[in-house]
Design a protein around this ligand. Structure first.
Ligand code: NDP
Ligand code: HSE
Length: 433
Protein backbone atom coordinates (compact mmCIF):
# COMPACT_ATOMS: atom_id res chain seq x y z
CA UNK A 1 0.00 0.00 0.00
CA UNK A 2 1.35 3.37 -1.01
CA UNK A 3 1.39 6.24 1.49
CA UNK A 4 3.45 7.09 4.52
CA UNK A 5 2.50 4.72 7.36
CA UNK A 6 0.39 6.06 10.20
CA UNK A 7 2.26 4.96 13.34
CA UNK A 8 0.18 4.09 16.38
CA UNK A 9 1.10 3.90 20.08
CA UNK A 10 -1.34 1.89 22.18
CA UNK A 11 -1.63 2.74 25.87
CA UNK A 12 -3.16 -0.20 27.75
CA UNK A 13 -3.60 -3.78 26.67
CA UNK A 14 -6.31 -5.15 28.93
CA UNK A 15 -9.90 -6.10 28.03
CA UNK A 16 -10.21 -3.48 25.30
CA UNK A 17 -6.55 -3.08 24.33
CA UNK A 18 -6.10 -6.79 23.62
CA UNK A 19 -8.98 -6.64 21.13
CA UNK A 20 -7.60 -3.44 19.58
CA UNK A 21 -4.31 -5.26 18.90
CA UNK A 22 -6.18 -8.24 17.44
CA UNK A 23 -8.27 -6.10 15.07
CA UNK A 24 -5.38 -3.81 14.15
CA UNK A 25 -3.00 -6.61 13.27
CA UNK A 26 -5.57 -9.10 11.93
CA UNK A 27 -7.10 -6.62 9.46
CA UNK A 28 -3.93 -4.74 8.54
CA UNK A 29 -4.42 -5.01 4.77
CA UNK A 30 -8.07 -3.91 4.87
CA UNK A 31 -7.31 -1.01 7.20
CA UNK A 32 -4.49 0.15 4.94
CA UNK A 33 -6.84 0.08 1.96
CA UNK A 34 -9.52 2.02 3.82
CA UNK A 35 -7.10 4.64 5.14
CA UNK A 36 -4.89 4.94 2.07
CA UNK A 37 -1.74 4.13 4.05
CA UNK A 38 -0.59 1.32 6.34
CA UNK A 39 -1.58 1.66 10.00
CA UNK A 40 1.33 0.32 12.06
CA UNK A 41 1.42 -0.49 15.74
CA UNK A 42 4.80 0.79 16.95
CA UNK A 43 4.50 0.45 20.73
CA UNK A 44 2.25 -0.85 23.53
CA UNK A 45 2.43 0.56 27.06
CA UNK A 46 1.28 -1.64 29.93
CA UNK A 47 1.77 -1.78 33.67
CA UNK A 48 3.12 -5.37 33.92
CA UNK A 49 5.07 -6.28 30.79
CA UNK A 50 5.50 -9.94 31.84
CA UNK A 51 1.71 -10.51 31.58
CA UNK A 52 1.50 -9.77 27.85
CA UNK A 53 3.10 -12.70 26.06
CA UNK A 54 0.81 -12.27 23.01
CA UNK A 55 2.29 -8.85 22.23
CA UNK A 56 5.71 -8.92 20.50
CA UNK A 57 8.23 -8.13 23.25
CA UNK A 58 9.86 -5.46 21.10
CA UNK A 59 6.66 -3.40 21.23
CA UNK A 60 6.10 -3.52 24.98
CA UNK A 61 7.07 -0.79 27.42
CA UNK A 62 6.00 0.29 30.88
CA UNK A 63 6.87 3.92 30.12
CA UNK A 64 3.67 5.36 28.62
CA UNK A 65 4.90 8.97 28.66
CA UNK A 66 8.11 7.93 26.95
CA UNK A 67 6.11 6.09 24.28
CA UNK A 68 3.78 8.99 23.45
CA UNK A 69 6.78 11.32 23.24
CA UNK A 70 8.60 9.25 20.62
CA UNK A 71 9.15 10.89 17.22
CA UNK A 72 7.93 7.80 15.39
CA UNK A 73 4.40 8.00 16.90
CA UNK A 74 1.64 9.79 14.94
CA UNK A 75 -1.49 8.63 16.79
CA UNK A 76 -2.03 7.62 20.42
CA UNK A 77 -4.80 5.17 21.34
CA UNK A 78 -5.53 5.21 25.07
CA UNK A 79 -7.37 2.33 26.72
CA UNK A 80 -5.89 2.48 30.22
CA UNK A 81 -8.56 4.48 32.04
CA UNK A 82 -8.52 6.81 35.03
CA UNK A 83 -7.79 10.52 35.19
CA UNK A 84 -4.12 10.60 36.16
CA UNK A 85 -1.60 9.92 34.75
CA UNK A 86 -3.59 9.42 31.52
CA UNK A 87 -4.39 13.15 31.40
CA UNK A 88 -0.69 13.99 31.32
CA UNK A 89 0.03 11.39 28.62
CA UNK A 90 -2.79 12.60 26.36
CA UNK A 91 -1.94 16.27 26.86
CA UNK A 92 1.68 15.50 25.95
CA UNK A 93 0.54 13.69 22.81
CA UNK A 94 -1.90 16.41 21.72
CA UNK A 95 0.56 19.22 22.41
CA UNK A 96 3.04 17.43 20.16
CA UNK A 97 0.43 17.30 17.37
CA UNK A 98 -0.35 13.60 17.77
CA UNK A 99 -3.99 12.70 17.34
CA UNK A 100 -5.66 10.86 20.20
CA UNK A 101 -8.30 8.14 20.26
CA UNK A 102 -9.54 7.34 23.74
CA UNK A 103 -12.23 5.24 25.45
CA UNK A 104 -11.70 7.09 28.71
CA UNK A 105 -15.01 8.66 29.73
CA UNK A 106 -13.84 9.48 33.25
CA UNK A 107 -11.06 11.68 31.86
CA UNK A 108 -13.24 13.29 29.18
CA UNK A 109 -15.97 14.15 31.67
CA UNK A 110 -13.36 15.91 33.79
CA UNK A 111 -10.93 17.46 31.34
CA UNK A 112 -12.56 17.70 27.91
CA UNK A 113 -11.93 21.45 27.72
CA UNK A 114 -8.23 21.10 28.46
CA UNK A 115 -7.83 18.21 26.00
CA UNK A 116 -9.69 19.99 23.20
CA UNK A 117 -7.67 23.17 23.80
CA UNK A 118 -4.43 21.19 23.43
CA UNK A 119 -5.79 19.53 20.27
CA UNK A 120 -6.79 22.89 18.79
CA UNK A 121 -3.42 24.44 19.57
CA UNK A 122 -1.53 21.78 17.64
CA UNK A 123 -4.15 20.88 15.02
CA UNK A 124 -4.48 17.30 16.29
CA UNK A 125 -7.64 15.21 16.40
CA UNK A 126 -9.43 14.02 19.55
CA UNK A 127 -11.88 11.14 18.99
CA UNK A 128 -13.70 9.18 21.68
CA UNK A 129 -16.58 7.14 20.25
CA UNK A 130 -15.79 4.17 22.52
CA UNK A 131 -16.17 6.29 25.65
CA UNK A 132 -19.99 6.09 25.52
CA UNK A 133 -22.10 3.01 24.84
CA UNK A 134 -19.36 0.64 23.66
CA UNK A 135 -19.83 -0.44 20.05
CA UNK A 136 -22.82 1.80 19.34
CA UNK A 137 -22.12 4.63 16.89
CA UNK A 138 -23.62 7.42 18.99
CA UNK A 139 -21.13 10.25 19.44
CA UNK A 140 -20.38 10.63 15.74
CA UNK A 141 -24.14 11.03 14.97
CA UNK A 142 -24.37 13.66 17.72
CA UNK A 143 -21.17 15.43 16.66
CA UNK A 144 -21.70 15.25 12.92
CA UNK A 145 -24.95 13.79 11.55
CA UNK A 146 -27.19 15.85 13.86
CA UNK A 147 -25.02 18.98 13.81
CA UNK A 148 -27.66 20.78 11.73
CA UNK A 149 -30.54 19.93 14.04
CA UNK A 150 -31.54 21.03 17.54
CA UNK A 151 -31.38 18.18 20.03
CA UNK A 152 -33.79 18.43 22.92
CA UNK A 153 -33.29 15.19 24.85
CA UNK A 154 -30.94 12.23 25.13
CA UNK A 155 -32.08 9.40 27.36
CA UNK A 156 -30.98 5.83 27.73
CA UNK A 157 -29.12 2.96 29.29
CA UNK A 158 -25.40 3.70 29.02
CA UNK A 159 -23.82 1.35 31.53
CA UNK A 160 -23.59 -2.31 30.60
CA UNK A 161 -22.53 -3.59 34.02
CA UNK A 162 -25.49 -2.19 35.91
CA UNK A 163 -27.89 -3.23 33.18
CA UNK A 164 -26.42 -6.73 33.35
CA UNK A 165 -26.90 -6.78 37.14
CA UNK A 166 -30.47 -5.44 37.07
CA UNK A 167 -31.41 -7.86 34.28
CA UNK A 168 -29.95 -10.81 36.20
CA UNK A 169 -31.73 -9.78 39.42
CA UNK A 170 -35.01 -9.64 37.55
CA UNK A 171 -34.70 -12.59 35.20
CA UNK A 172 -32.84 -15.19 37.24
CA UNK A 173 -33.27 -13.81 40.74
CA UNK A 174 -29.46 -13.61 40.98
CA UNK A 175 -28.06 -11.74 43.94
CA UNK A 176 -26.45 -8.37 43.43
CA UNK A 177 -22.90 -9.50 44.30
CA UNK A 178 -23.14 -12.64 42.20
CA UNK A 179 -24.26 -10.65 39.14
CA UNK A 180 -21.55 -8.03 39.66
CA UNK A 181 -18.83 -10.72 39.82
CA UNK A 182 -20.10 -12.19 36.56
CA UNK A 183 -20.12 -8.76 34.88
CA UNK A 184 -16.50 -8.26 35.97
CA UNK A 185 -15.53 -11.72 34.70
CA UNK A 186 -17.05 -10.93 31.30
CA UNK A 187 -14.97 -7.73 31.03
CA UNK A 188 -17.87 -5.27 31.34
CA UNK A 189 -17.02 -3.70 34.70
CA UNK A 190 -14.52 -0.91 35.29
CA UNK A 191 -11.24 -1.71 37.06
CA UNK A 192 -12.98 -0.37 40.18
CA UNK A 193 -16.58 -1.57 39.73
CA UNK A 194 -17.92 0.99 42.19
CA UNK A 195 -17.59 3.35 39.19
CA UNK A 196 -20.35 1.28 37.56
CA UNK A 197 -22.65 0.48 40.49
CA UNK A 198 -22.47 3.93 42.06
CA UNK A 199 -23.28 5.59 38.74
CA UNK A 200 -19.97 7.42 38.15
CA UNK A 201 -19.42 5.72 34.79
CA UNK A 202 -22.93 6.55 33.56
CA UNK A 203 -22.61 10.11 34.89
CA UNK A 204 -19.36 10.62 32.96
CA UNK A 205 -21.11 9.34 29.83
CA UNK A 206 -24.08 11.66 30.50
CA UNK A 207 -21.65 14.59 30.73
CA UNK A 208 -20.16 13.66 27.35
CA UNK A 209 -23.58 13.18 25.75
CA UNK A 210 -24.95 16.45 27.12
CA UNK A 211 -21.83 18.33 25.99
CA UNK A 212 -22.18 17.11 22.42
CA UNK A 213 -25.97 17.35 22.26
CA UNK A 214 -26.29 20.84 23.68
CA UNK A 215 -23.02 22.44 22.50
CA UNK A 216 -22.10 23.16 26.10
CA UNK A 217 -19.22 21.95 28.23
CA UNK A 218 -20.86 19.66 30.80
CA UNK A 219 -18.62 18.02 33.40
CA UNK A 220 -19.14 15.35 36.05
CA UNK A 221 -19.94 17.98 38.64
CA UNK A 222 -22.95 19.10 36.60
CA UNK A 223 -24.53 15.63 36.53
CA UNK A 224 -26.79 14.42 39.33
CA UNK A 225 -25.75 10.85 40.14
CA UNK A 226 -27.36 7.92 41.93
CA UNK A 227 -26.24 4.31 41.46
CA UNK A 228 -27.96 0.97 41.83
CA UNK A 229 -26.46 -0.20 45.12
CA UNK A 230 -29.66 0.77 46.96
CA UNK A 231 -31.89 -1.20 44.55
CA UNK A 232 -33.16 -4.26 46.43
CA UNK A 233 -34.81 -7.49 45.27
CA UNK A 234 -37.96 -6.04 46.92
CA UNK A 235 -37.79 -3.04 44.56
CA UNK A 236 -37.48 -5.39 41.60
CA UNK A 237 -40.56 -7.31 42.77
CA UNK A 238 -42.48 -4.10 43.44
CA UNK A 239 -41.74 -2.91 39.91
CA UNK A 240 -42.88 -6.22 38.49
CA UNK A 241 -46.15 -6.01 40.43
CA UNK A 242 -46.84 -2.70 38.68
CA UNK A 243 -45.85 -4.10 35.26
CA UNK A 244 -42.66 -2.04 35.35
CA UNK A 245 -38.95 -2.82 35.37
CA UNK A 246 -35.98 -1.00 36.90
CA UNK A 247 -33.20 0.46 34.74
CA UNK A 248 -30.30 2.80 35.47
CA UNK A 249 -31.01 5.72 33.16
CA UNK A 250 -28.98 8.68 31.97
CA UNK A 251 -31.22 11.60 31.06
CA UNK A 252 -29.92 14.79 29.45
CA UNK A 253 -32.42 17.51 28.60
CA UNK A 254 -32.49 20.97 27.17
CA UNK A 255 -34.91 22.79 29.46
CA UNK A 256 -36.57 26.06 28.53
CA UNK A 257 -37.59 28.08 31.59
CA UNK A 258 -40.67 30.26 31.93
CA UNK A 259 -38.63 33.33 30.97
CA UNK A 260 -37.31 31.55 27.88
CA UNK A 261 -33.84 30.95 29.35
CA UNK A 262 -32.40 27.58 28.39
CA UNK A 263 -30.42 25.28 30.66
CA UNK A 264 -29.10 21.72 30.62
CA UNK A 265 -30.36 19.07 32.99
CA UNK A 266 -28.23 15.91 33.25
CA UNK A 267 -28.97 13.12 35.71
CA UNK A 268 -28.28 9.45 36.27
CA UNK A 269 -30.46 7.35 38.55
CA UNK A 270 -32.38 4.10 38.70
CA UNK A 271 -35.96 4.43 37.53
CA UNK A 272 -39.00 2.27 37.06
CA UNK A 273 -40.17 2.20 33.45
CA UNK A 274 -43.23 0.48 31.98
CA UNK A 275 -42.63 -2.95 30.47
CA UNK A 276 -44.09 -1.62 27.25
CA UNK A 277 -41.29 0.98 26.96
CA UNK A 278 -38.60 0.09 24.36
CA UNK A 279 -35.85 0.45 26.98
CA UNK A 280 -37.50 -2.22 29.15
CA UNK A 281 -36.45 -4.93 26.70
CA UNK A 282 -32.78 -3.93 26.72
CA UNK A 283 -31.12 -6.71 28.70
CA UNK A 284 -27.66 -7.86 29.77
CA UNK A 285 -24.76 -5.58 28.90
CA UNK A 286 -26.63 -4.00 25.99
CA UNK A 287 -27.12 -0.25 25.88
CA UNK A 288 -29.81 1.79 24.15
CA UNK A 289 -30.13 5.54 23.79
CA UNK A 290 -33.00 7.69 22.51
CA UNK A 291 -32.15 11.00 20.94
CA UNK A 292 -34.91 13.53 20.31
CA UNK A 293 -34.24 16.37 17.91
CA UNK A 294 -36.61 19.02 16.62
CA UNK A 295 -36.37 18.16 12.93
CA UNK A 296 -35.24 14.51 13.06
CA UNK A 297 -37.80 13.47 15.68
CA UNK A 298 -36.96 10.42 17.79
CA UNK A 299 -33.95 8.21 17.02
CA UNK A 300 -32.92 5.07 18.87
CA UNK A 301 -29.39 3.65 19.07
CA UNK A 302 -28.97 0.10 20.34
CA UNK A 303 -26.15 -2.41 20.65
CA UNK A 304 -23.42 -3.89 22.82
CA UNK A 305 -22.46 -1.31 25.41
CA UNK A 306 -19.45 -2.99 26.95
CA UNK A 307 -16.87 -5.73 26.46
CA UNK A 308 -13.53 -5.97 24.74
CA UNK A 309 -14.41 -6.64 21.11
CA UNK A 310 -17.45 -4.32 20.85
CA UNK A 311 -15.49 -1.46 22.40
CA UNK A 312 -12.47 -2.16 20.19
CA UNK A 313 -14.77 -1.85 17.15
CA UNK A 314 -15.53 1.74 18.14
CA UNK A 315 -11.84 2.43 18.85
CA UNK A 316 -10.84 1.09 15.42
CA UNK A 317 -13.52 3.22 13.74
CA UNK A 318 -11.99 6.30 15.35
CA UNK A 319 -8.50 5.16 14.47
CA UNK A 320 -9.46 4.86 10.81
CA UNK A 321 -11.03 8.34 10.96
CA UNK A 322 -7.95 10.05 12.43
CA UNK A 323 -5.62 8.10 10.13
CA UNK A 324 -7.68 9.20 7.11
CA UNK A 325 -7.56 12.80 8.35
CA UNK A 326 -3.78 12.54 8.59
CA UNK A 327 -3.48 11.07 5.13
CA UNK A 328 -5.81 13.70 3.62
CA UNK A 329 -4.28 16.54 5.65
CA UNK A 330 -7.56 17.49 7.36
CA UNK A 331 -9.04 17.46 10.83
CA UNK A 332 -12.14 16.07 12.49
CA UNK A 333 -14.68 18.13 14.44
CA UNK A 334 -13.46 20.37 17.25
CA UNK A 335 -15.18 21.00 20.56
CA UNK A 336 -18.48 22.82 20.08
CA UNK A 337 -19.34 24.55 23.37
CA UNK A 338 -20.58 27.90 22.07
CA UNK A 339 -24.09 27.62 23.59
CA UNK A 340 -22.59 27.60 27.10
CA UNK A 341 -25.91 26.75 28.80
CA UNK A 342 -26.15 26.75 32.58
CA UNK A 343 -26.54 23.47 34.46
CA UNK A 344 -30.00 23.07 35.95
CA UNK A 345 -30.01 21.82 39.57
CA UNK A 346 -31.58 18.42 40.27
CA UNK A 347 -33.97 20.09 42.73
CA UNK A 348 -35.85 21.49 39.72
CA UNK A 349 -35.99 18.21 37.76
CA UNK A 350 -39.55 16.97 37.50
CA UNK A 351 -40.48 13.28 37.41
CA UNK A 352 -43.00 10.84 38.80
CA UNK A 353 -42.12 8.83 41.90
CA UNK A 354 -42.83 5.45 43.41
CA UNK A 355 -42.65 5.60 47.21
CA UNK A 356 -42.85 2.49 49.33
CA UNK A 357 -43.63 2.90 53.04
CA UNK A 358 -43.89 0.52 55.96
CA UNK A 359 -46.66 1.94 58.17
CA UNK A 360 -48.82 1.00 61.15
CA UNK A 361 -52.12 -0.50 59.94
CA UNK A 362 -54.64 1.73 61.64
CA UNK A 363 -57.34 4.28 60.88
CA UNK A 364 -56.26 7.67 59.58
CA UNK A 365 -52.77 6.65 58.40
CA UNK A 366 -53.53 6.85 54.70
CA UNK A 367 -55.29 10.20 55.10
CA UNK A 368 -52.36 11.64 57.09
CA UNK A 369 -49.82 10.49 54.50
CA UNK A 370 -51.95 11.91 51.69
CA UNK A 371 -52.16 15.22 53.56
CA UNK A 372 -48.34 15.55 53.58
CA UNK A 373 -48.26 15.06 49.82
CA UNK A 374 -50.95 17.73 49.43
CA UNK A 375 -49.06 20.17 51.71
CA UNK A 376 -46.04 19.93 49.37
CA UNK A 377 -48.15 20.22 46.23
CA UNK A 378 -47.21 16.70 45.12
CA UNK A 379 -50.17 15.11 43.40
CA UNK A 380 -50.88 11.40 44.00
CA UNK A 381 -51.64 9.23 40.95
CA UNK A 382 -52.17 5.85 42.65
CA UNK A 383 -52.11 4.24 46.08
CA UNK A 384 -51.85 0.58 47.00
CA UNK A 385 -52.01 -0.74 50.55
CA UNK A 386 -51.47 -4.30 51.73
CA UNK A 387 -52.19 -5.06 55.35
CA UNK A 388 -50.07 -7.56 57.25
CA UNK A 389 -50.72 -8.19 60.98
CA UNK A 390 -50.20 -4.87 62.76
CA UNK A 391 -48.34 -3.15 59.92
CA UNK A 392 -49.04 -2.41 56.29
CA UNK A 393 -47.10 -1.81 53.10
CA UNK A 394 -48.23 1.45 51.53
CA UNK A 395 -47.15 2.30 47.98
CA UNK A 396 -47.78 5.76 46.56
CA UNK A 397 -47.16 6.69 42.91
CA UNK A 398 -47.16 10.40 42.19
CA UNK A 399 -47.79 12.56 39.18
CA UNK A 400 -44.83 14.67 38.00
CA UNK A 401 -43.31 16.71 40.82
CA UNK A 402 -40.08 18.66 41.29
CA UNK A 403 -37.33 16.70 43.04
CA UNK A 404 -37.11 19.26 45.85
CA UNK A 405 -40.83 18.99 46.64
CA UNK A 406 -40.66 15.21 46.65
CA UNK A 407 -37.62 15.17 48.96
CA UNK A 408 -39.36 17.50 51.45
CA UNK A 409 -42.48 15.32 51.31
CA UNK A 410 -40.52 12.15 52.03
CA UNK A 411 -38.55 13.79 54.86
CA UNK A 412 -41.78 14.86 56.51
CA UNK A 413 -43.40 11.45 56.06
CA UNK A 414 -40.34 9.69 57.50
CA UNK A 415 -40.87 11.64 60.72
CA UNK A 416 -44.54 10.69 61.17
CA UNK A 417 -45.09 8.52 64.27
CA UNK A 418 -46.96 5.74 62.45
CA UNK A 419 -44.39 5.43 59.63
CA UNK A 420 -42.02 2.60 60.54
CA UNK A 421 -39.77 3.06 57.50
CA UNK A 422 -39.50 4.67 54.08
CA UNK A 423 -38.62 1.44 52.27
CA UNK A 424 -37.73 2.98 48.91
CA UNK A 425 -38.15 6.09 46.80
CA UNK A 426 -37.70 5.59 43.08
CA UNK A 427 -38.36 7.74 40.06
CA UNK A 428 -40.81 6.56 37.41
CA UNK A 429 -39.84 7.43 33.83
CA UNK A 430 -41.19 6.71 30.39
CA UNK A 431 -44.79 7.65 31.24
CA UNK A 432 -46.68 10.84 30.59
CA UNK A 433 -48.36 13.00 33.30
P1 NDP B 1 -8.34 -3.06 31.83
O1 NDP B 1 -8.19 -2.86 33.30
O2 NDP B 1 -8.72 -4.40 31.35
O3 NDP B 1 -6.97 -2.67 31.10
C1 NDP B 1 -6.22 -1.55 31.49
C2 NDP B 1 -4.85 -1.62 30.81
O4 NDP B 1 -4.09 -0.47 31.19
C3 NDP B 1 -4.03 -2.83 31.24
O5 NDP B 1 -3.40 -3.41 30.12
C4 NDP B 1 -2.98 -2.23 32.18
O6 NDP B 1 -1.73 -2.92 32.13
C5 NDP B 1 -2.79 -0.86 31.59
N1 NDP B 1 -2.26 0.08 32.56
C6 NDP B 1 -2.76 0.38 33.78
N2 NDP B 1 -1.97 1.30 34.38
C7 NDP B 1 -0.98 1.58 33.51
C8 NDP B 1 0.16 2.42 33.58
N3 NDP B 1 0.41 3.18 34.64
N4 NDP B 1 1.00 2.46 32.51
C9 NDP B 1 0.75 1.69 31.41
N5 NDP B 1 -0.31 0.85 31.30
C10 NDP B 1 -1.16 0.81 32.36
O7 NDP B 1 -9.36 -1.94 31.33
P2 NDP B 1 -10.36 -2.01 30.09
O8 NDP B 1 -9.64 -2.50 28.89
O9 NDP B 1 -11.61 -2.67 30.50
O10 NDP B 1 -10.74 -0.47 29.93
C11 NDP B 1 -9.82 0.45 29.40
C12 NDP B 1 -10.50 1.78 29.15
O11 NDP B 1 -11.58 1.58 28.25
C13 NDP B 1 -11.11 2.46 30.37
O12 NDP B 1 -11.04 3.85 30.22
C14 NDP B 1 -12.56 2.02 30.33
O13 NDP B 1 -13.42 2.90 30.99
C15 NDP B 1 -12.79 2.06 28.83
N6 NDP B 1 -13.88 1.24 28.37
C16 NDP B 1 -13.96 -0.07 28.72
C17 NDP B 1 -14.98 -0.86 28.26
C18 NDP B 1 -15.13 -2.29 28.65
O14 NDP B 1 -16.17 -2.87 28.31
N7 NDP B 1 -14.17 -2.89 29.33
C19 NDP B 1 -16.01 -0.30 27.37
C20 NDP B 1 -15.82 1.09 27.03
C21 NDP B 1 -14.79 1.82 27.52
P3 NDP B 1 -1.58 -4.44 32.69
O15 NDP B 1 -2.42 -5.27 31.77
O16 NDP B 1 -0.14 -4.71 32.55
O17 NDP B 1 -2.08 -4.40 34.09
N1 HSE C 1 -17.97 -0.42 32.61
C1 HSE C 1 -18.60 0.09 31.46
C2 HSE C 1 -20.01 -0.45 31.37
C3 HSE C 1 -17.83 -0.25 30.22
O1 HSE C 1 -20.31 -1.41 32.08
O2 HSE C 1 -20.81 0.07 30.62
C4 HSE C 1 -18.40 0.38 28.97
O3 HSE C 1 -18.21 1.75 28.98
Amino acid sequence: MAGTPVRVALLGCGTVGTEVVRLLTGQAADLAARVGAPVELVGVAVRRADRHRDVPAGLLTTDALGLVSRDDVDVVVEVVGGIEPTRQWLLAALRAGKSVVTANKALLAEAQGELFAAADASGADLYFEAAVAGAIPLLRPLRESLAGDRITRVMGIVNGTTNFILSAMEETGAGYQEALSEAARLGYAEADPTADVDGYDAAAKAAILASLAFHTRVTMGDVHREGISAVTPADVLAARALDRTIKLLAICERVVGEDGTESVSARVHPAMIPRSHPLAGVGGAFNAVFVEAEAAGQLMFYGQGAGGAPTASAVLGDLVAVARNRVAGGRGPRESAYADLAARPIAQASTRYHISLDVADRAGVLAAVAAVFAQHDVSIAAVRQEGRTQDASLVVVTHRAPDAALRSTVDKIAGLPFVNAVVSVMRVEGEDQ
